[in-house]
Design a protein around this ligand. Structure first.
Ligand code: NAP
Length: 313
């Protein structure tokens, strides 16, 4: 049976049109509708919606929603803002994992091969060669062993790095030294040459890399934050960079995005600023995954795994 599926988003016209077109092409038997254009009757009848950072107020008329499918992997802005009865399904896409693994490998090699220092030498016209150990002598800690963290771990171990993974519950990942729980974090940080942040933003992870936690890092350790800005305490990070505790930070995510023009990170010599591009949703593969999830729901009522409201992810 044909269904009308509202697409809640706060995208610009061009991006919205591209997504709507992509979703229509993979859901040909159904209608992808702009929520504002749906009647109250149609709104109340909708059982599932597709969302990208939706405005919860706009969803109030949609009283029959059972679950919403996000086209993005990070859904922390939605958790706690929707009525409890609505399940939140985030995007789980192997293509996104490949993209994140490629991004994290890029930044890991950049730090491992000391490129920030060579860029500084170049600016000064200095010809100087630095040592770097073999990859197998570098330990990379990945905080978060979820869909994206595991993809990164596989790529980094394949590249020869020693990888420690850290998660909330116990995990087993081939080739990865897995640790879990709050008590394990100081030692994980103390053993890592490069720390990759890939936990979701929740009440438990906000400010996780505090001044105290950063103090456990090896002197001169590299930091790569590709998760969410507020997971790393920015004041503590600036202090750790200035003291040399952190040698260089690659930041893809920030407390405020776009990063304000006067933010000290822009000009900090030990910071590489990236505009939230570590893993961008691939519209084609994401649309296909959304379509498959919706098809299963329309066929037999199957709802994909939803975000656990208590855990926050
Ligand atoms: P996921 O599958 O939900 O995995 C989350 C991982 O973090 C799990 O291993 C989880 O532990 C761990 N974790 C959560 N809370 C923790 C805590 N308090 N202590 C220790 N470990 C904790 O998430 P994902 O798909 O890998 O995505 C991770 C994040 O990447 C997203 O939430 C989003 O913020 C970010 N992201 C960034 C970009 C970008 O372009 N920069 C793109 C997409 C996503 P358990 O294994 O025990 O559950």
């Amino acid at each position: 049976m044909s269904e009308t599926i509202p697409f809640f988003n706060r995208m610009g016209d061009e991006e919205r049109a591209a997504w709507t077109g992509a979703l229509r092409s993979v859901l040909p038997g159904h209608t992808i509708a702009a929520p504002a254009e749906m009647s109250d009757e149609a709104a109340a009848a909708a059982r599932v919606a597709i969302v990208a950072n939706p405005d919860p107020a706009e969803m109030a008329r949609f009283t029959g929603l059972v679950w919403v499918q996000s086209v993005w992997a990070g859904v922390e802005r939605m958790v706690g803002t929707l009525p409890e009865r609505i399940g939140i399904v985030r995007l789980v896409d192997p293509v996104l994992g490949e993209a994140m693994a490629e991004g994290v490998l890029t930044h890991t090699l950049y730090l491992h091969r000391r490129v920030p220092e060579y860029l500084a030498f170049q600016r000064q016209g200095v010809w100087r060669q630095l040592d770097h150990p073999r990859a197998s002598r570098r330990t990379v800690a990945i905080l978060g062993l979820g869909e994206l963290g595991r993809a990164c771990a596989a790529t980094l171990t394949g590249q020869g790095f020693k990888v420690i993974g850290w998660s909330r519950s116990a995990r087993s990942v081939p080739g990865v030294d897995c640790r879990h729980g709050d008590a394990a974090l100081p030692l994980v940080l103390a053993e890592a040459d490069i720390v990759v942040v890939l936990v979701p933003l929740t009440e438990a992870t906000r400010g996780l890399l505090s001044a105290r936690m950063l103090s456990y890092c090896k002197a001169g350790a590299g930091l790569i934050n590709v998760a969410r800005g507020p997971i790393v305490d920015r004041t503590a990070l600036l202090a750790a960079l200035d003291s040399g505790r952190i040698g260089h930070a690659v930041l893809d995510v920030f407390d405020t995005e776009p990063l304000p023009a006067d933010d000290p990170f822009w000009s900090h010599p030990k910071v590489t600023v990236m505009p939230h591009v570590a893993a961008i949703t691939d519209m084609e593969s994401a649309s296909a995954i959304v379509a498959a999830n919706l098809a299963a729901f329309f066929a037999d009522g199957t709802v994909p795994p939803t975000v656990d409201a208590a855990r926050g992810y």
